[in-house]
Design a protein around this ligand. Sequence first.
Ligand SMILES: Nc1nc2c(ncn2[C@@H]2O[C@H](COP(=O)(O)OP(=O)(O)OP(=O)(O)O)[C@@H](O)[C@H]2O)c(=O)[nH]1
Ligand SMILES: [Mg+2]
Length: 604
Amino acid sequence: MPPRCSSGPGILLPFLYPSLFRSTSRIARAGITTLHSSSSPGADSSDDTGESPSSLGSSAELPKSRLNPAPDDYAISSFADKAKVTIHAGGGGHGCISFLREAFLDNGPANGGDGGHGGNVYIQAVHGETSLHKLARQRIIRAGRGKTGQGSSRAGQRGDDYVIQVPVGTVIREISRVDPMVEEHMAWRAAREKEREFNRMFREAQLAATADGLDPDEATASMEPPENPNIDKFVLYPGISHMERRTLTLPRLPRRERLYHQPSGPIHLDLSSPTPRPVLLAAGGIGGLGNPHFVSKDRPRPLFATRGEKAVSMQLELELKLLADVGLVGLPNAGKSTLLRALTNSRARVGNWAFTTLQPNIGTVVLDNHKGRRVYAPPKAQRPAPHAVINDARYGNVVIAQPEQIGAGPPPRTRFTVADIPGLIEGAHLDRGLGMEFLRHVERAGVLAFVVDLGKGDAVAALKALWREVGLYARMREEERKEREVGGRIDWEGDAGLNQPQSSFGPGQMMVADFPDVPDADEGGLHIAAKPWFVVATKGDLPGTEDNFARLKAYLNAVTDGQEEHPSGVEGAWTLDCAAIPVSAINGHGVDRIVNWTVGLLDE
Ligand SMILES: Nc1nc2c(ncn2[C@@H]2O[C@H](COP(=O)(O)OP(=O)(O)OP(=O)(O)O)[C@@H](O)[C@H]2O)c(=O)[nH]1
Ligand SMILES: [Mg+2]
């Protein structure tokens, strides 16, 4: 069979099984030579060395190198993809009770300052953050409390806001919330009810006494009135006596507008793109009013001020779904981490046993020389069109942009990220092994790369097993999503292209993107199966793997041609060009072709 990939400049001939390649490809591939290729001499060039690939032997016989490291040669990453945090917005500071005192002025006017407002807690998704481990350790987050007002009409300082910075791709769910204002309001209603009941009984007792010819005041003297229901909302002058406190007539609380509106719960945020402005989670309490606010003709020297509002606190669950461009999916010990090391500068742990990788690793494939200049610019014809129209009923008829509005096409891709997750085993979707925990990281990858070990059994069976797990997981997630009531989907559009005027949003206010709804979940796992994918047939250097690769290749050709169904069994899954790329990651062979193929799929 002729080679499947086009042999343009920059693409080297398949090094391992040249006879198995076709000459045409349905997807135009960008011809890119990575820096890694130059740093891994001999890559894709077994002809140069004259060495037969099959004679390279197993990893044990190979000299130790960056791609065949000792088990202890790896970088420990402090990574956490889940965190539970309790956030406390800052309470408002109390108002101050104070009077002007000056020489020759004994009883000056009230001059207590207002309390400061409490700080808010915001969340913001930013590039640069990669893990939730700091939050997982921190566990409790408090915004600053508003300071109490001071004499001489000095207002208290506002509490400091707290902005939680999370990686892009974090999903935030509210588990529980305590809103003291709601509790206070309920207590106030109960106290007011008590007061009304007392007033009714008091009136009845007085009427009864008058009817019996008794002194009504004497008859009701023993009846003790309940405390003013508003008493808890005021700070009283410290020198006030118990009796004064009982007889104090407190004014109605003035109505006050909140500066920031507490978002109603339960909060569910999906920060799948960087948030240009922080999203408000918990609003701080309003500061109390100083005693000058209560001065009146009858009450020239108010001996009280109001308390600052207590603020809301809530428990949140954060879950990070890494947003890598490519997700490596494979059975344990297939060679995923070695491949990641070969593709990127990652120092993921490699070992000849299952479950070497316990946490996801992310690596970046750099396609330029770090200075913006591409090592190899893809031909213009292969670049994606500068405009795109999604004409799909599920998304509505969304016209993204017209070419004349954009002018030039998108800037050429300079890098992409690869996620290596722990190996999957049969039943991973049922939480066997470590797989399911980490499958969510590939859920959002643009392209899936199935890493299949050619030296270990039938590659087709391995691929089908992997797809089965991924497909079942996808279905499970969709059912989960269906069950969960998604209150509101928050997304951010950046500063441009908003349907709502920017000015209508105050700083830190929540903004619901004017996107069409997420397509309904009832797709039978299509949200993963519709992604472009390919197979990395690794350990091609091992002897006797050629037949296995040939079978895999034939099977994938049949899937592409529609003679075989998609390995996940999902109807309508992506089968445009199902490729298998043979590599020997441990020798750095075939890595360029993976980069090349991936860029083609990502830019599609
Ligand atoms: N001969 C050969 N051995 C390889 C190749 N790639 C990986 N290996 C070996 O296979 C073993 C497993 O490699 P890993 O990269 O740790 O495999 P993994 O898929 O990340 O494994 P888990 O993290 O356990 O899922 C190691 O001993 C590697 O040296 C290859 O291309 N050729
Ligand atoms: Mg690994």
